[in-house]
Design a protein around this ligand. Structure first.
Ligand code: ATP
Ligand code: MG
Ligand code: MG
Ligand code: MG
Length: 480
């Protein structure tokens, strides 16, 4: 089955259970000071759970573009090193807003995985919240009992608050969750350790694929919990992991979601993925991963820049450039050549990329080109800086110079340092950054003294680049 068919089957299944299928929200979050990027399917429904709004549909399902590179969820360092954490991924989800609860959610997860997708039942495990007496949180007996109807008891594991209790924040909706894991180890290896049940952290081939959250409490300011008047279900399953399991692969990158761009990268660089060099293989994976994050975020309205969400994208892009430059011997812009391959692949599900193909390609090209201008001298400078590191710590000021003069984001310097067995003095970097900010603020104040603000055009919602002129805040100045 192709990834497209697998995605469609998920949506069709939940449509057949009375769910309304909605589009993915943009990956870029506007108007929420707590979040830069969508990092879970539930983000777009937050107001329903908080009771601020009512959904027109009690049951909803979708595939949501997510990005986990900042804030509470930051998987960037895992990407390319392991085979199942991505920066950008699709989270398939089904929701009940005050409608069905644990019994149906559990029965349907099982029906879909075991009967429709036909994952062998003896490869599935589930986890249930064990309770936390210190916090007065009960064990999730209901979920345990509903699971017992479908799966042998020795495959139901109890999990702690960290993994199996979800909270939106310090206050607000919360509740236990139940995760589903798949054991993808070869049969022979599974038998060797029989008797011991593994969950995802224990083995790279035992992976979490689906999380079912049951919102049943409201946490009050004083820390106590009260039952929610309406209970909700919020689930999330990583499409890339599901596809890997169903296509019988040992890595998400071996699925048809990634192989198209990996093959295109092979053609462009003349190197082979899964050749003899592990560093090269990591580079292939990082590029295939980062390309998606960059393209979908730009297509959703976030241009690379030097601040906020824009800088997150610039950092990811520069990281990808450094990987192809250093490990795939590509010295010219490469990512922009991969954009059409990706756009074509996703045209039927996220057409926004195909629709803005030329624009996205151009932005990516400009970014790559700019960074490549200073990359070589930056890398040479980095070599000197690494040699000069005392006690295996790279000087913070030198890291700042790499940032300021050569455009090396801090995490890139830190990544190269790690490759050389070094760390970077982050405090020293921040201090140097602050000093420079103070200097430029003083300079700006001097400049601004001669100018008055004439007119401010307020920002409106992003609807596409053709309207870009109308969407950015334009401040006009006139010299007096
Ligand atoms: P993990 O423990 O593997 O980091 P998680 O517990 O952080 O996953 P959830 O927040 O429960 O993940 O998200 C729901 C589902 O989304 C996961 O079960 C997984 O299938 C998928 N998922 C989460 N993070 C990623 C990621 N970085 N890349 C790909 N899929 C992911
Ligand atoms: Mg995680
Ligand atoms: Mg987890
Ligand atoms: Mg989870």
């Amino acid at each position: 089955m192709t990834a497209s068919e697998i995605r469609q089957q998920f949506l069709d299944f939940f449509a057949s259970k009375g769910h309304h299928i909605v589009p993915s929200a943009p990956i870029v979050v506007k108007n929420d000071p707590t979040l830069l990027f969508t990092n879970a399917g539930m983000n777009q429904f937050k107001d329903y759970f908080l009771g601020n709004k009512t959904s027109a549909y009690a049951r909803v399902a979708d595939t949501q573009k997510c990005l986990r590179v900042s804030g509470k969820h930051n998987d960037l360092e895992e990407v390319g090193i392991d085979t199942y954490h991505h920066t950008m991924f699709e989270m398939l989800g089904n929701w009940s807003f005050g409608d069905y609860f644990k019994e149906e959610a559990i029965a349907w997860s099982w029906e879909l995985l075991a009967d429709i997708y036909k994952i062998p039942k003896d490869r599935l495990y589930v986890t249930v919240f064990e309770g936390d007496p210190k916090e007065n949180l009960p064990k999730d007996e209901d979920a345990y009992n509903f699971w017992k109807r479908h799966i042998a008891e020795d495959r139901i594991l109890l999990g702690n608050k960290k993994d199996n209790f979800w909270e939106m924040g310090d206050t607000g909706p919360c509740g236990p969750c139940s995760e589903i894991h798949v054991d993808c180890r070869p049969d022979a290896e599974r038998q060797q350790v029989d008797g011991r049940t593994l969950v995802n952290a224990d083995h790279p081939q035992v992976i979490e694929i689906w999380n079912n959250v049951f919102m049943q409490f409201n946490r009050l300011k004083n820390g106590s919990l009260e039952p929610l008047p309406a209970k909700h279900v919020d689930t999330g399953m990583g499409l890339e992991r599901l596809v890997r399991v169903l296509q019988g692969k040992t890595s998400n990158y071996d699925t048809d979601l990634f192989m198209g761009t990996i093959h295109a990268t092979e053609k462009l660089t003349g190197h082979t993925y899964k050749g003899t060099d592990e560093k090269r293989d990591v580079a292939f994976r990082v590029i295939a991963d980062h390309l998606r994050a960059i393209c979908f975020t730009i297509a959703d309205g976030q241009l690379p820049s030097n601040t906020g969400a824009g800088y997150v994208i610039r950092r990811i892009l520069r990281r990808a450039v450094r990987y192809y430059y250093s490990f795939l011997d590509a010295k010219k812009p490469l990512l922009h050549e991969l954009v059409p391959v990706l756009a074509q692949q996703f045209a039927h599900v996220f057409p926004e990329l195909q629709q803005q193909l030329d624009f996205v390609k151009k932005v990516v090209f400009e970014e790559e080109n700019n960074f490549l201008r200073t990359l070589d001298s930056g890398i040479k400078r980095m070599e000197d800086v690494a040699k000069a590191a005392s006690n295996k710590v790279v000087d913070g000021r030198a890291a700042f110079e790499l940032y300021d003069t050569y455009g090396f984001p801090f995490d890139l310097t830190s990544l190269i340092a790690t490759e050389n067995g070094l760390t970077v003095d982050e405090k020293g970097f921040e201090a140097a950054m602050l000093e420079q900010k103070n200097r430029s603020r003083a300079a700006t104040e001097l400049d601004m003294g001669d100018w008055v603000v004439l007119d401010e055009v307020p920002a409106t919602t992003f609807v596409g680049y053709e309207l870009l002129e109308n969407t950015t805040r334009v401040t006009k100045y006139r010299k007096i």
